[in-house]
Design a protein around this ligand. Sequence first.
Ligand code: UDX
Ligand code: UDX
Length: 434
Amino acid sequence: MKIGIIGTGYVGLTTGTCLAELGHDVTCVDNDPKKLEKLQAGKSPIFEPGLEELMAKNSQAGRLTFTADIKPVIAASEVIFICVNTPPKKDGHADLKYVEHVAREIAEGINGEYKVIVDKSTVPVKTAEKVYETIKRYSRPDAQFDVVSNPEFLKEGTAVQDTLEPDRIVIGVDSKRAEAVMLACYQPLIDKTHAPVKITSVKSAELIKHGANTFLATKISFANLIAQTCEAVGADALEVLEAIGLDERIGSQFLKPGIGFGGSCFPKDIAAYKKTLEVLDLNPDFIEAIEALNEEARNRFIHKIEKELWVLDGKRIAVLGLTFKPNTDDIRNAPALTIIKKLQLDGAKIITYDPQGMGNAQQELSDIEYATDPYDAIKSAEALVICTEWDEFKKLDLDKIKSLMATPIIFDGRNIFNPKQMAEKGIKYFGVGR
Ligand code: UDX
Ligand code: UDX
């Protein structure tokens, strides 16, 4: 099938590349010239394991191209995926200006042929209705199209795998014609993986995405609440949560306590869902509790550092990890940024290292030193703060850490080390909930 992808961020680029891998003829559109230049040179603008290789393979096979020119792509494509960003507004509502902008561009490009417009971006329920109205308003009177919701469930760091081996495929359609087109689009993936396909109404599909992300965020905030309780009574959160997670009804994933969830999705999606509830005159307290616990996770960790180090002014603190989680270069809403900025306010001198995040961090952080490797960061530090659980950090040599640091104190926001082992080594250690 001929497919157009509008927006080549984490979502669009992964979706487009994977659809090309399934054999479709995919053209990706983006209005950012810098991004396009990279893409056309075969480079991925983001760090996502396996993506660049798959891009190269499919570009060489002639199934994947990149352009800034949206109109011909709309005219040529049978299915058009909207994958532009939906950032949060100051009040928490999802900002849908890019979605509306693209809807208008699509409207102008529609020719006499039937088109399926797919909302892939995470949007509040009933956005598809608005997209439909917008396209109707700005397109030729005889335009034939349907608007479909087909949420993605990819996680950064495993985006390719999540797309090519999905837990489920959700297709929200209100017309049989669109359903047939969407099934044809996903048939190669369904044949290959036998992934369950849920055909729902458009509104249900939109809610599934916000619902799933809210539930996952709930699990994390719950884990952080258990961690607080454990700290208060001297229990071990990892033992408690592991045993809780062994109940199949609960499951062990997304029960890791730490410094709270970040990234471009959970914070903005639960804020947008909260706004949906408010607009519908429903009770938003539940979401507020998740958000409050998430903020507390960062704040309590910062307080732990402040309490132990007492005066931070002039102290050299090494921070390992800047990205919101490992295996990505994404620093959007990363806990590390909040923590670093607060320590800097206290007067601390921060030296940091991250395997992928330092480039992006340069636009966000100031007065900070970037190290060439973890040991370089740790050298002469009066404390080590771990904000992201990169594998590289888990393998660090504890004896070397101890000998390099001015005072061996570790604040481990992701529980990558074992408190007992730390005690044996004579390193003062603070995990979360342990
Ligand atoms: C974002 C959201 O985080 C996610 O929740 C949503 O489902 C999809 O959008 P992401 O892919 O990470 O995901 O966004 P981003 O990396 O910002 O990429 C969006 C792309 O769209 C950018 O490359 C931007 O240049 C492009 N864009 C934006 C257009 O091509 N046209 C526009 O009008 C607006
Ligand atoms: C998320 C959803 O998982 C995905 O399905 C959706 O499509 C997009 O949003 P992503 O934001 O890429 O994906 O990252 P995810 O792996 O979900 O992690 C989000 C945050 O939660 C990270 O900051 C991570 O450190 C944190 N987290 C995750 C915890 O603190 N504890 C956990 O147990 C799991």
